[in-house]
Design a protein around this ligand. Structure first.
Ligand SMILES: Cc1cc2nc3c(=O)[nH]c(=O)nc-3n(C[C@H](O)[C@H](O)[C@H](O)COP(=O)(O)O)c2cc1C
Length: 163
């Protein structure tokens, strides 16, 4: 295999496609598309999400200290695209897309009911990496569609039709 130098940006692919939901201190809910995210500790279980400080959601996560990572499947594509295109600054996007919400079980942020997996997280640290601030979230509770979970609680991710 012959190699040549390629661009550095977004070098790890495929990029995950998740929706992060959050709640401001005034009780306002929001959600945005996040591609800069991943697992970052096995024990204890931790995930990280990268949020650009100009996002409307940024202050909400920074101040509330929690967020929910919602794994999305193809049935949610239209909503996913909308939430990644429009800011809460410009429209009430959750209401516009009739997004079904429930309160988190542990953290004070909404979960997106129609997503098959919702991961509730508490922010334990953050680092400004450059364009994004990486929020490290301790995984507090994972909600998963019962059709996906085996007797030991493991999620069969092969059953999710990822976007
Ligand atoms: C495929 C895709 C990936 C994205 N990844 C990120 C990301 O990792 N971090 C981020 O801050 N914004 C990301 N965005 C942009 C936000 O989702 C978008 O700017 C959104 O409108 C912000 O909403 P808000 O201002 O209501 O928080 C991504 C958008 C798309 C379409």
């Amino acid at each position: 295999m012959e190699k040549q130098e390629a661009n550095k940006k977004g070098a790890i692919q495929p990029m995950p496609k998740v929706l992060v939901s959050c709640r401001g201190l005034d009780g306002e809910d929001n959600a945005l598309v996040v591609g800069y995210c991943g697992n970052c500790s096995y024990a204890p279980p931790m995930v990280m999400i990268g949020i650009v400080p100009t996002r409307y959601s940024y202050d909400m996560i920074k101040k509330s200290g929690c967020f929910v990572v919602n794994i999305v499947d193809k049935r949610y594509k239209e909503t996913f695209d909308f939430l990644g295109k429009y800011s809460k600054r410009d429209c009430n996007k959750l209401a516009d897309m009739k997004v079904n919400l429930e309160d988190g079980k542990v953290v004070n942020a909404p979960i997106l009911s129609d997503c098959p997996v919702n991961i509730e997280c508490t922010v334990v640290d953050s680092i400004m990496t450059g364009s994004h601030e990486m929020f490290i979230g301790k995984v507090e509770y994972v909600h998963a569609d019962s059709n996906l979970v085996d007797e030991e609680g493991n999620i069969d991710f092969t059953k999710i039709a990822f976007i």
